[in-house]
Design a protein around this ligand. Sequence first.
Ligand code: ZN
Ligand code: ZN
Length: 125
Amino acid sequence: MVSSIRTIYFGRRWAIPLFDPGRKTHQVLAPIGRPCYRCKVNIVDGDFGLIRPHGLGTSVWKPIHAECKLVDDVGGVNHVTRVCRCYIRTPGYKPPAYTGTLRQEALEVWKHVQKLRANVNLDPM
Ligand SMILES: [Zn+2]
Ligand SMILES: [Zn+2]
């Protein structure tokens, strides 16, 4: 029988349920020079993230930055800063267009989430 899939990660761990005590994890060398499947920016030394199945089927495993995974989980800048249509339901309202790259947006979301965590006395991720 196949054992439960464990989390494959590179770089440091961070505060997400995948790293909760008792969860199976496996650290690999950072896939430097390979692109993150979300933002397409190559992984560089010092990055941290996951290696996950991505694309058609689940046989192809690709890296994703921790910050990019966070965007997948909590939404983009407009959503976490509550200026999207989820929060502002005025008819005809247009949320501000984000003009940065996907990577820049992910880094911004990460920073914002750390602020929210600090507000409720949680350590940074
Ligand atoms: Zn990325
Ligand atoms: Zn939203």
